[in-house]
Design a protein. Structure first.
Length: 81
């Protein structure tokens, strides 16, 4: 099981209280596509970041507030969006 967690600033103001949401998937590729879709949908100043964890709490994939993504499954590789 993989848990996708993402955060957003509801009004686009950094420092305000963030919304936090999560959703579970049984396939890592589906989880990655979902998180990338969230980042593309929320966009810009409202996006505060998101990540995917496995059932042991190990972080496997992340998309930061800058929009860069990092695949942590097999080493570090930052990709711009």
């Amino acid at each position: 099981m993989y848990t996708v967690t993402w955060h957003r600033y509801p009004h686009g103001i950094e420092g305000e209280e963030m919304d936090c949401h999560w959703r579970e998937f049984d396939d890592i590729e589906k989880a990655i596509r979902f998180l990338e879709g969230r980042a593309n949908l929320i966009k810009s100043i409202n996006w505060a970041g998101g990540y995917i964890e496995d059932e042991n709490g190990k972080e496997l994939y992340a998309i930061y507030d800058s929009g860069e993504s990092e695949d942590l499954r097999s080493g570090t590789e930052l990709k711009g969006r």
